[in-house]
Design a protein around this ligand. Structure first.
Ligand code: ADP
Ligand code: ADP
Length: 223
């Protein structure tokens, strides 16, 4: 799925990432753990094609996008990647249905196909009956389900999740991680940043990052 070779990243004189090497295969579920300020967001911004200013090489499906222009990059992100964030990042004046529709707005598919895709992901995340609600009418867990539905509606190869359970209680976190587990079992590759050991245990594999260095690439025993 992706290969990172000797990536480095600086902010001015500050070294945010150094000598990062990482390979993620199709169908993997990887957790990235590390303390605040260790470089997790910097790394996943590079993996998510949100940041092209780094040294070293990053190949997504054997292709480098280092010199790609912004339009091309946003199209690749839309087609191939799904993003899930700690704070959901939903559009507050849009309904559940409209939020999930956002990635399809520029898609050339027929309206009926789009509706089918949206209804399919609403079922997958268990939001039937909430289509017309706005985010403020939903619990945190439900809002994260909307964000996951939006992330997967384009059927991306790779989901990148940044602290997806960071704003949720532990019962709700478990429900969200069950959704990720099911998506992964259905073949989607997932890369997830988390502080939470229990949440990381849902992944097949955990890597640790500290002071911009990646280490301890352990294969964990699946629960
Ligand atoms: P994490 O996600 O693990 O909390 P980040 O990747 O956000 O860490 O940040 C890593 C380090 O880089 C931190 O010390 C942070 O202060 C610094 N940093 C992040 N973004 C910037 C920026 N735009 N300019 C300067 N320093 C930054
Ligand atoms: P695709 O065939 O993958 O659908 P195109 O080759 O038609 O995409 O490219 C669409 C636009 O993106 C064109 O303007 C092209 O110049 C630009 N583009 C394509 N590949 C790259 C790349 N690797 N780096 C920068 N721009 C690119």
């Amino acid at each position: 799925m992706l290969k990172v070779t000797d990536i480095g990243k600086t902010y001015g004189k500050f070294i945010a990432l150094e000598n990062i090497n990482l390979e993620v295969s199709d169908g993997e579920f990887l957790a990235i753990m590390g303390p605040s300020g260790s470089g997790k967001s910097t790394l996943i911004n590079i993996l998510g094609l949100l940041d092209q200013k780094y040294t070293g090489e990053y190949l997504l499906k054997d292709k480098s996008y280092k010199d790609a222009n912004d339009n091309y990059l946003s199209r690749i992100r839309g087609d191939q990647l799904g993003f899930v964030f700690q704070n959901f990042k939903l559009l507050t004046t849009y309904s559940v249905y409209e939020n999930i529709e956002v990635p399809l707005i520029y898609s050339k598919q027929k309206q009926a196909n789009k509706r089918e895709l949206i209804e399919d992901v609403i079922n997958k995340v268990g939001l039937e009956g909430k289509e017309k609600n706005t985010p403020s009418e939903l619990s945190g867990g439900q809002q994260q389900r909307v964000a996951i539905a939006r992330a997967i509606v384009n059927r991306p190869n790779l989901i990148i999740a940044d602290e997806p359970t960071g704003a949720l209680d532990s019962k709700t976190s478990t429900e969200i991680m069950d959704i990720f587990t099911n998506l992964n079992k259905a073949g989607t590759t997932i890369i997830m940043v988390t502080h939470d050991r229990e949440v990381a245990d849902y992944a097949m594999r955990t890597v640790y990052i500290r002071d911009g260095h990646l280490y301890n690439d352990e294969k964990s025993v699946k629960k």
